[in-house]
Structures are given as structure tokens and as C-alpha cells.
Design a protein around this ligand. Structure first.
Ligand code: SAM
Ligand code: FES
Length: 346
């Protein structure tokens, strides 16, 4: 019985690979309701009805990689490239601080302009201006030396989705120049260096199966990332996966609940991608056990260019509008955005 599996997960926070697979293949409306109820119970026990916000600054859409799913992949010649200057990045953070953000996520493609020295200077300056803030980086794979340097400069957290815990699936999503082993090694190094680490994956990515998803869940169970970014895969018109279908709201919300039960303290965002496939996707994500939202703080004139997938939302709004919009959305479902660094409560 799947209900028994759900109760077992809620109690022991662990299932076998086969059990995780069954949790996915045998799900129905009734089991989804039970799962959601238990996940929200855990979420409320640890975080109450607080929603943590992260100000997302998309620093560059220049990337040396060619991930098959990604709209800013290097072989997309239709993508208009941009890179923010250090001054622009610092002023986005200043603006965000005034809007109540205490965490900034610097995200971008793997752009060699952003050397350790340049990033270090940006991190130090943001920290100097706002000592009560956390800085999260999401800049892909770098060397141990680089991660160590950036940590030393003041970076607190690093988001690096593992994308899939199945090696064959990984090779179906990425060209052979990218390696599953290195992705996993980077996550390990980040952990060793004392970062709060974020892993994660897309739901409904091409070639994903209940078996690969079970491997993702087992990986989350063993690695216990402080953050776990999951959102639906959405095709981008200029990628090899242009004709593939999107991941669904239903399965994304179901997996958000599963992940909350696997590792109850995890920081779990209701992603922009979830808000893109459904008008109230982010609210439904929170109601499934998520506890983080990431409004956009990038300058409005570059937002459309950071198009990882088609029809991405929030590309026309000013930062203050985006912040206000999410605040209203969270209030409408009985949750509230809080002004704090929003560290994990272990
Ligand atoms: N370059 C950094 C990295 O590799 O981690 C950060 C930027 S990357 C664009 C951020 C995340 O966007 C990826 O980890 C991936 O899961 C997600 N993403 C990329 N293309 C997507 C798509 N078509 N649909 C949904 N999510 C996507
Ligand atoms: Fe950006 Fe709603 S969150 S406009």
C-alpha cells in the first residue's frame, strides 16, 4: 500500500530505491493528499508560515556550456548575450537590501569574465555594505581553489543542481564535454569547504523516468543538501529539446512534498519555473511544503535575455513590483514573507 510507504517515509525519512520508485508510479489523488498534509505539517513545525525570500541577480547569460535543455547554451546563436558590471551587481544588491532582502543569489552561465578576483571583489563589497546578508552563488562548476577563494571572500551558500543522479540520464542531457562525476565532485567539495549547499533537478526533463527520479530522491536522502531546487523542465525554442513536453505541476508539487519528508529542514524553493507553467504555481508549491521564493532583482532590461526556457515570468517587472507581487501572493494563502537571511533550521 502506498499510504504505508508515505507513513514510513514521514517517520524514518528513508526508503529503498524500489520504494521511491513505487511512490512515484503508484501515486493517486488520495495518496497525494496524504503526502501533502504530512509535508506541510513538517514544514509548519520547523518554519511556521514564514516564507524566506532570496533576491536573484542574473549576472550573465554568457556560458561556455552547451546543456541540451538550456536556453542560454553556448550554441544558441539567437540568444542576445549580456553581462552585468560589478557596479551593476552591487547596486542590484543595494536596491534589494532596501526592499528587505537579506540573501542575494548571484546566478549566471559559466562566464570566464567572472574570475575569482572579480567575484571576490563583488562579494566583499556587498558584505561590507550589508553585513547582515548572506550571499549565495550559482555559477556552475569551478575548481576547488576557486570555490575556496570565494568562500574565503564571504560567500555563504552555493547552488549547483545535480540535474540527475543517474549517469546515463546525465549523458542524455549534456554533451560529452560535461561529466556527471565532476558535477557530483563539485557538490562534495562545496560541502567540505563549509558552504550551505543546494542540489536539485528538473521535473519532467527528457529521458527522465520513475527510476531516475528514485535515484534523485535517494541522492537527496544521503547527501542531505541544505537547499534543493526543483522545478519543472520547460522547453526552450532554440534548444534540441524544443519539442519535448514540460514537466507537470502535479508531479513537481508531489516531489516537493516527498523531499520535505525526506529531509524536513531543507530549504525548498517554489521556483519561477513552477510559476511559469501555472498562474498560481508558486503558491501551490508553498502549499505542498516549499518555504522559499526567489523574486528577480536583475535590471529589467536584461531579464528577457536570461531566458532559460520559453515564456519565463517576471521579465517585465521592476524589483519592487516583483517583491510586492510575491508578498501579496504569499499573504493570499496565509503565509508571510520574512526579512532575514533565512538560514536552514537544523
Ligand atoms: N550555470 C549555473 C549552473 O550550471 O548551475 C547556473 C545557471 S543554470 C541556467 C540554473 C538552472 O536552470 C540549471 O541548474 C537547470 O536545472 C535550470 N534550467 C536550465 N534550463 C531549464 C529549462 N529549460 N527548464 C527548467 N529549468 C532549466
Ligand atoms: Fe515577479 Fe510576480 S514575482 S512579477
Amino acid at each position: 500500500m502506498i499510504q504505508e510507504l508515505i507513513h514510513k517515509l514521514a517517520q524514518s525519512h528513508s526508503l529503498s530505491l524500489e520504494e521511491y520508485e513505487r511512490l512515484i508510479t503508484e501515486r493517486d489523488e488520495e495518496s497525494a493528499r496524504l503526502l501533502k498534509r504530512l509535508a506541510v505539517q513538517e514544514r509548519v513545525r520547523i518554519y511556521g508560515h514564514d516564507v524566506y525570500v532570496r533576491g536573484l541577480i542574473e549576472i550573465s547569460n554568457i556560458c561556455k556550456n552547451d546543456c541540451y535543455y538550456c536556453g542560454i547554451r553556448c550554441s544558441n546563436t539567437n540568444c542576445e548575450r549580456y553581462r552585468l558590471t560589478p557596479e551593476q551587481i552591487i547596486s542590484c544588491a543595494d536596491e534589494g537590501y532596501d526592499l528587505g532582502f537579506r540573501t542575494f543569489v548571484l546566478q549566471g552561465g559559466e562566464d570566464s569574465y567572472f574570475t575569482d578576483e572579480i567575484l571576490g571583489r563583488i562579494i566583499r563589497e556587498i558584505k561590507q555594505n550589508h553585513s547582515d546578508c548572506a550571499i549565495t552563488l550559482s555559477l556552475g562548476e569551478r575548481t576547488r581553489e576557486s570555490y575556496a577563494y570565494l568562500r574565503e571572500a564571504g560567500a555563504d551558500r552555493y547552488l549547483l543542481r545535480h540535474e540527475t543522479a543517474d549517469k546515463t540520464h546525465y549523458s542524455q542531457l549534456h554533451p560529452s564535454s560535461m561529466s556527471f562525476e565532476n558535477r557530483m565532485k563539485c557538490l562534495q567539495i562545496l560541502r567540505e569547504l563549509g558552504y550551505q549547499v543546494g542540489a536539485g533537478f528538473m521535473v519532467g526533463s527528457p529521458f527522465q523516468t520513475s527510476k531516475t527520479l528514485a535515484e534523485d530522491l535517494k541522492f537527496i536522502e544521503t547527501f542531505k543538501p541544505e537547499m534543493c531546487g526543483i522545478g519543472p523542465f520547460i522547453p526552450h525554442k532554440d534548444t534540441p529539446f524544443r519539442d519535448c513536453g514540460s514537466g507537470t505541476l502535479e508531479l513537481t508539487c508531489y516531489l516537493l512534498s516527498v523531499i520535505r519528508l525526506i529531509y524536513p529542514p531543507v530549504l525548498l524553493p517554489a521556483t519561477t519555473a513552477l510559476g511559469t507553467i501555472h498562474p498560481t504555481g508558486r503558491e501551490l508549491g508553498i502549499l505542498s511544503g516549499a518555504n522559499v521564493v526567489m523574486p528577480n532583482l536583475s535590471p529589467v532590461n536584461v531579464r528577457k535575455k536570461y531566458e532559460l526556457y520559453d515564456n519565463k515570468i517576471c521579465t517585465g517587472e521592476e524589483s519592487a513590483q516583483c517583491r510586492g507581487c510575491l508578498e501579496r501572493r504569499m499573504n493570499s494563502i496565509g503565509y508571510k514573507i520574512v526579512t532575514s537571511r533565512g538560514d536552514i533550521i537544523k
